[in-house]
Design a protein around this ligand. Structure first.
Ligand SMILES: [Zn+2]
Length: 115
């Protein structure tokens, strides 16, 4: 059994959780394959949601003034390593060409405004 489990590197606590899950499945007369099918279906559903969220983000996000790509939003002036020397609280950055657009609003304020 140890040889079978070794490649997964599960902690003993995780193994106990898995054992509890398998006992629950057995107690409820649910074949293990049904659980596997559930996890695979859930993976597909989550991928669809992530893709949908990404598409919605790209539709609502600021487009790069130079190349029209959807820009990414980051906080600035929050820690010593991201000081800009001005009153900016966030920056749009283009992942394609590196163009930046600084904002006086925080990331949270901008995201709230996008809803
Ligand atoms: Zn760009």
């Amino acid at each position: 059994m140890e040889k079978l489990l070794e490649p997964f590197g599960f902690s003993f606590g995780r193994l106990q959780d898995i054992a509890t899950l398998i006992k629950q499945l057995k107690r409820n007369h649910i074949p293990v394959i049904k659980f596997v099918e559930y996890v695979e279906q859930e993976k597909t559903n989550r991928a669809k949601i992530n893709k949908s969220n990404k598409k919605r983000w790209e539709q609502n996000t600021l487009k790069c003034p130079d190349c029209q790509s959807p820009m990414n939003l980051f906080p600035v002036n929050t820690v010593p390593g991201d000081q800009t020397g001005d009153g900016s609280q966030s920056v749009w950055m283009c992942p394609k060409c590196g163009e930046t657009v600084y904002n006086l609003e925080t990331v949270a304020e901008i995201l709230t405004g996008m809803e």
